[in-house]
Each structure stands twice: as C-alpha cells, then as structure tokens.
Write a protein that binds this ligand. Structure first.
Ligand SMILES: [Zn+2]
Length: 92
C-alpha cells in the first residue's frame, strides 16, 4: 500500500502519556522536536517531546550517558521508564 506519511510518537512532558500522530512525508521532524498539544490526561495544552518510536527511543537512551542530552530528553526518558513500569504491572 502506498503510504503518504508516517506515524510518530510524542510524549507529554507532564504526565508521560504517549500520543501517536500522523505526519505527511516531508514534514517529519527530528527526535527531540517539542510540540504543544492538548493532552487529554492533563486536560490542558502541554509540551510534548517527539520520540518517533517510544520503544526505540527508550532502548537507545534508558542507559545512555546523559552528559550531552538536553533536559527535555532526560525528562522524556524518566517518564517513559515510569510508563513502562506501569505497563508491566498491568500485565500481572
Ligand atoms: Zn499529559
């Protein structure tokens, strides 16, 4: 099937929820792009950190050396680690 775009994931920097959004090709942003979106969990507009794929992002950065990574990236990783713990607990 011909695909005009791709899904990318954004993490709410206040509650850690992950939102997939669809972007048309040519408009893809880099990992680390900050976008302000309405968060249905926080019930307000919050900063969202673009990770493209939350699992890949976490795999890359969970145990990475953070010396040269910005504050938002650290926050996004912390939130995703917490989210992962919650998902694991739910499966029990
Ligand atoms: Zn939120």
């Amino acid at each position: 099937m011909y695909r005009k775009g791709q899904y990318t994931e954004l993490v709410c920097l206040e509650c850690g929820d992950v939102f997939p959004i669809y972007r048309r090709n040519g408009r893809a942003k880099q990992v680390g792009h900050i976008k302000h979106l309405y968060c249905p969990i926080c019930l307000k507009e919050t900063a969202h950190y673009e990770v493209k794929d939350a699992d890949v992002f976490l795999w890359k950065y969970e145990y990475a050396d953070f010396e040269d990574v910005c504050e938002e990236a650290k926050l996004a990783v912390d939130l995703l680690v917490e989210r992962k713990k919650k998902l694991v607990r739910k499966r029990d």
